[in-house]
Design a protein around this ligand. Sequence first.
Ligand code: GTP
Ligand code: MG
Length: 171
Amino acid sequence: GLRKKEVNVLCLGLDNSGKTTIINQLKPANTQAQEIVPTIGFNIEKFKTSSLSFTVFDMSGQSRYRNLWEHYYRESHAIIFVIDSGDKLRMVVAKEELDTLLNHEDIRSKRLPVLFFANKMDLRDAMSSVKVSQMLCLDNIKDKPWHICASNAIKGEGLQEGLDWLQGNAF
Ligand code: GTP
Ligand code: MG
């Protein structure tokens, strides 16, 4: 049959935002990890949808590993950026990291799609995706297609909507 188009996705965001939990949910049930631990460095995960074959670089968000992110910008076709919607204190740190990413020379000139997950929407004091979008000034992103979804990675809610957007608009 036809080979599925191969897409490299870089999954970024602060530590504890839920990146690995999200990627784990997107994998087939029989390959999902039972327990999620903080990522050291990065992990590479692969999964297929009906039309695409994804290779995801699930990066650690810990500050000591964030310098690894930029090494993968050039080969990426899309970015998933995960935010902990309940972590108001570190929203400014998330914005700083996002701005650094968007201003990087390997990203700045590229029209690659950016999918945001406003994750942990189940937390009682979680900010809405609209609020998260305002805090991160996403409206300032003019040269790339972007989309934000509220998600609960533990239950898997909101993830398919995000993936559908990536598949539909991005490639
Ligand atoms: P690093 O690998 O350190 O960068 O973190 P990460 O972004 O990969 O986060 P990880 O997936 O390890 O999740 C961190 C913690 O948040 C875990 O205890 C998860 O169970 C929890 N978590 C992830 N998603 C959600 C969510 O949607 N809601 C709630 N309540 N907790 C979540
Ligand atoms: Mg992780």
